[in-house]
Ligand binder design. Structure first.
Ligand code: ADP
Length: 526
């Protein structure tokens, strides 16, 4: 059978998607192959189809037991003989699976990275023909990725111990330059074909909202989108519990998922969601990897995630069927603080210590900043995301909450100058909110403690609202007049660009949403 026939027979699809054919052809030509495609693009097909055409066994390294189980389950249902080898098997089950594998019963074997260098496994691979080693979620090899797994670093030792070097293929949805370079180097890919498909998901609509009452906003959205399946991501387990409970009481068909639930409950809830028994899932970011539900019509972020990588991956779980779906982020100032705490008490990865931990924190603070700017930009949201991933994109998409809003341009030159002067006058020692409080004339304990009320800039912009001052400050950071340093407390520094502004007084303009302006005015006058 050729690859088209396999796609039709096992998967029921008539044609390949963007990038798939090129990746499959490269593997079939015997070359190392590296595919970078967004979530939902169809990476599995890229290694499973050639696996069925190569003469020997394909080993697939995968980071999560649940992911392996799902994929193996799907393959067996499709009539492909596959198995997984990981710590969920008892010693006897493991041995039995290996002996079946030796008999050649499985074409595809999923294996946990920690298993590769065990004596038992090495003995097995020496006895059989391994045609391909395929590595899923390969960004786990890089310390720059979100989910660094030191065991991925050993994959190369495993390859070197095989009597015949197999084709190595690797896949991820993380497209940053650092990750790309790390994968090629740390896995020892040889003259690899690298295919990066576009990251744009045209069927997804993106929106950012900063509602006063997030819960009310959520409920009004759900009212307008009844009988649809969707995911609501919250930052903490506590928030998941609260939101899920309130929605349940109001009669919405919701279920929940977070790491604090028992295995049994998590499984049950996941199934209820997948089979549309309860089509709305409220979850932490523990939910989603390996979930392939095609009809998710919305992904709402009740809290801002810690970086654009996480956001795009989670939001990308909407609209896998190619149909229209909405990705909505509900921003609140507290979200930044929650994420800062997560970063400073990094508990996600106990393997990180010392200098490495510090480097990761610096990187994470930088990423959080870019995520926060996403919530403040008035430019095209899709453009912002694609540019973040290093892709050239049209400046406007005409299909995100910014492109669809009406804007007006206001002159903020004088206010900007006063803000920059305040940062200079207080000797570049404070963060964004403190500067805003100072110019607005606050007499809080902190202002008094640092005697900020004694500076000339104190109270110099008392007639401008705090939200507007924050918005302008964010604009000044985004456009490079002010720099937020990367220390634990983000301190503002004045750049050369700002110094030029003070000298030449060139005009600075800000794009503001007319609708938001109207809303802000109506709450002011109320
Ligand atoms: P990824 O791992 O890239 O997130 P998956 O491999 O889980 O994505 O595939 C996402 C969905 O797209 C799956 O439901 C898969 O069956 C489907 N899919 C993959 N390739 C094709 C194709 N050529 N035509 C139609 N659907 C496809």
């Amino acid at each position: 059978m050729n690859k088209e026939q396999i796609l039709k027979k096992y998967y029921g699809y008539d044609s390949f998607r963007d990038g798939q054919e090129e990746l499959i052809n490269s593997i079939l030509a015997g070359k190392d192959t590296f595919g970078i495609m967004p979530t939902g693009a169809g990476k599995s097909v890229c290694f499973q189809v050639p696996a069925l055409m190569l003469s020997g066994i394909t080993l697939v390294v995968s980071p999560l037991i649940s992911l392996m189980k799902d994929q193996v389950g799907t393959l067996n249902q499709m009539g492909v003989h596959a198995a997984y080898l990981n710590s969920s098997l008892t010693a006897n089950q493991y041995r039995l699976a290996l002996s079946y594998a030796k008999e050649g019963r499985y074409k595809i074997i999923y294996v946990a990275p920690e298993r590769l260098l065990t004596e038992e496994f090495l003995e097995f691979v020496r006895d059989v023909e391994i045609s391909m080693l395929s590595i899923d979620e390969v960004h786990c090899v890089s310390q720059w990725g979100q989910d660094f797994r030191p065991s991925y670093l050993k994959i190369i030792d495993f390859v070197n111990q095989l009597p015949v070097r197999p084709i190595v293929s690797a896949f991820t949805a993380t497209a940053t330059k650092e990750v790309k370079e790390d994968v090629i180097r740390l896995l020892g890919l040889q003259r690899a074909t690298v295919v990066t498909t576009g990251f744009d998901r045209k069927n997804l609509y993106f929106a950012v909202k900063s509602p006063k009452d997030k819960y009310a906003e959520l409920v009004s959205y759900l009212k307008e989108h009844q009988n649809m399946s969707g995911v609501i991501y919250c930052a903490t387990r506590k928030a998941v519990e609260e939101v899920a409970q309130r929605l349940e009481i109001e009669g919405y068909p919701v279920t929940r998922y977070h790491a604090g639930l028992s295995d049994v409950e998590r499984h049950q809830n996941q199934d209820d969601f997948i089979y549309d028994v309860k089509p709305i899932m409220v979850a932490t970011n523990a939910f989603g990897m390996g979930i392939d539900k095609s009809n998710v019509r919305f992904v709402i972020h009740y809290n801002m995630p810690k970086n654009i990588e996480s956001y795009y991956q989670e939001a990308g779980r909407a609209g896998r069927d190619g149909g229209r779906a909405e990705c909505i982020l509900l921003y609140g100032g507290q979200d930044v603080i929650t994420n800062q705490l997560f970063i400073e008490n990094n508990r996600e990865n106990e393997e990180l210590t010392g200098e490495l931990l510090e480097a990761v924190k610096i990187r994470d603070r930088e990423r959080l900043k870019k995520m926060t700017f996403y919530c403040f930009t008035n430019d095209c949201l899709r453009h912002y995301i694609l540019e973040y991933f290093g892709e050239k994109a049209e400046p406007t998409c005409d299909d995100c909450s910014n492109c669809l809003s009406e804007f007006e341009i206001i002159d903020i030159t004088e206010i900007s100058i006063k803000l920059i002067q305040c940062v200079l006058e207080t000797r570049q020692r404070f963060g964004l909110m403190t500067i805003v409080d100072t110019v607005h004339g606050s007499k809080s304990a902190k202002i008094k403690q640092f005697r900020l009320d004694e500076y000339a800039c104190h109270n110099s912009l008392s007639d401008i609202t705090i939200p507007r001052l924050r918005q302008i400050m964010n604009h000044l950071v985004l456009s490079g007049y002010l720099l937020l340093t990367n220390s634990e407390y983000s301190i503002l520094k004045v750049t050369d660009k700002a110094k030029e502004l003070l000298e030449h007084r060139d005009a600075i303009e800000l794009k503001v949403s007319k609708e938001r302006e109207r809303k802000a005015k109506s709450t002011e006058t109320r």
